[in-house]
Write a protein that binds this ligand. Sequence first.
Ligand code: ADP
Ligand code: MG
Length: 395
Amino acid sequence: MNKKTVKDLDVGGKRVLVRVDFNVPVKDGEVTDDTRIRRALPTLRDLLERGARPVLISHLGRPKGAPDPKYAMDPVAKRLRELLGAPVRKLDGATGPEVEAALDDAPEGGVTLLENSRFYPGETKNDPELAEGLAALAELYVNDAFGAAHRAHATTVGVAEKLPAAAGLLMQEELDYLDSVLRTPERPFVAILGGAKVSDKLGVIESLLGVADTLLIGGAMCFTFFKAQGYGVGDSLVEDDYLEEAKRLLGEAGGKLVLPVDVVVAEAMEEGAEARVVPVGEIPDGMMGLDVGPETVEAFRSHITDASTVFWNGPMGVFEIEAFAKGTEGVARAVAESRATSVVGGGDSVAAVSKLGLEDEMSFISTGGGASLEYVEGKELPGVAVLPDRIDRGE
Ligand code: ADP
Ligand code: MG
């Protein structure tokens, strides 16, 4: 990554506005998965060690541009306090004279967490006035919120244009891992794609076919490909609008694109539904494919075992339901056991990996679902593009 990083900034004694991705699940006032908070700690600790006074801002959930107690940052502040080992002060706003006054007597050695950026309607509109208000809070800006980098919002783009800016350590790590996979993968490079929709991931399929040696396809998206090949797919999820695209990709991919050979079918996508395994092409009418079958897992495993680089996005089946979780579990274990450099992205895929307790077996787990996919697709992430390049180091 050729962007300035927090290490390039002289932060001692300065107020640094840090855009973090603290968009975590909250239930009954408690953070139920603190992964994203923990992943921001290296940048925060680096800033504190160098005598900076970090001011943190994040969005949380989808409040509608107005304060909503359901989405207040207090549970996040509480968890951050436990994790950081330094004082965490939480304010009830994110801009304005009261916030500015409170920051004037920010205590040394601690951080200040601002209120949810999406309580302000200007956030998602990248409103220049809000960006100005945020810029008034600090002397420097650091973006460590990779998961929000694909959005051009006031906290990710607007304010970055108004202050000396740099990438945080997590942002840097995310981009470096994705770059190493996409630009200089050690081969064989095996990509694994699954999940619900083909339409969401067409660009990703296309781009991965360009760099990967093998692309394994599971999840609901395989049924659009099967239908495009002329197989019966019963009631499986199919995107008929994308059959032509699927045909084209199959033609262009040659042997690179590997589809399942067997699938787990049931009459309904529900707990307790009776499931059985059938070969592809024999999905009975009235049944839907909800997972890849055991032969497919073995076939996928042998590709994964031979790989030196693996990129995985999207579960192989409806892993939320026990009866349809084996495909995802099999693939997760194969990736965990392989010696390949493995990068996992996508909210549900990451949830599946952590449900199995296999996080530590992966080389890198991306905190950004949508952002990592857009990056793989080759799209420019506005929150990254706006950060200055590193060439002019020392200016
Ligand atoms: P990620 O968040 O990892 O990018 P997606 O959001 O694209 O993944 O897809 C995850 C969803 O796909 C899961 O909720 C899972 O239940 C669903 N899914 C996987 N396989 C199937 C299938 N065969 N039929 C219907 N839904 C599926
Ligand atoms: Mg998802």
